[in-house]
Design a protein around this ligand. Sequence first.
Ligand SMILES: [Zn+2]
Length: 233
Amino acid sequence: MSWFADNLSALAHQFFPSLCLNCREALHDPLAICCIACQANWGITDLHKFTENSFTRRFWGRTPLVQGAAMFHFLKEGTTQKIIHALKYQGKQFIGTRLGRSYGHMLKSSWTKDLPDCIVPVPLHPKRKHERGYNQAVCFGRGLSMSMGIPLISGGLSRLQYMSSQTNMNRSERFQNVLQSFSVNKNKISPCTHVLLVDDVLTTGATLEACAIQLMKIEKMRISMATIAMSQI
Ligand SMILES: [Zn+2]
């Protein structure tokens, strides 16, 4: 969000105080998402402080990562689930931007030795994009871009409809189908050689892996990844 939009939001807050997304208490800080008490229970991970962590291990033997981290552990019925739900299904795009801006400061201070040179969000499935009107990964990427000072290339990857229905496919066929649904827009990404690939939630990692494989078709490309949350599998 821009300086102007932030100030406009602060002004609106004077008349219509924002409520904590979790407990519905009035917020003192107009730019906060949750109250201080709920933020204390957010459970921000410290994964970004370690080159090898539970996030990067999920990609072992699949995709080489320079760095990888998720801001939160995704716990069902927890605050993180509420935040992600509000971001994806209630039109609250500012949540993604604010989380991104906050996490970007942490990533920048931990990844000083090898900072990515651009941010590319995982594109949304066209049908979802049409229904939702925005891509939550772009919102998160926009916030990261602001605080890390590196450009967001929202059209770096494109996503098509699946080539065929996944219903009767085995795991390998399903992955091939996902892989073919992404394509890289080389002209938009070059001359970057270290992309920070971002998404909302890491689950199996198949989507992020497919995107990374397509990005690595660009010569000398290296990949780091960041998500808002990661689930247990
Ligand atoms: Zn609260």
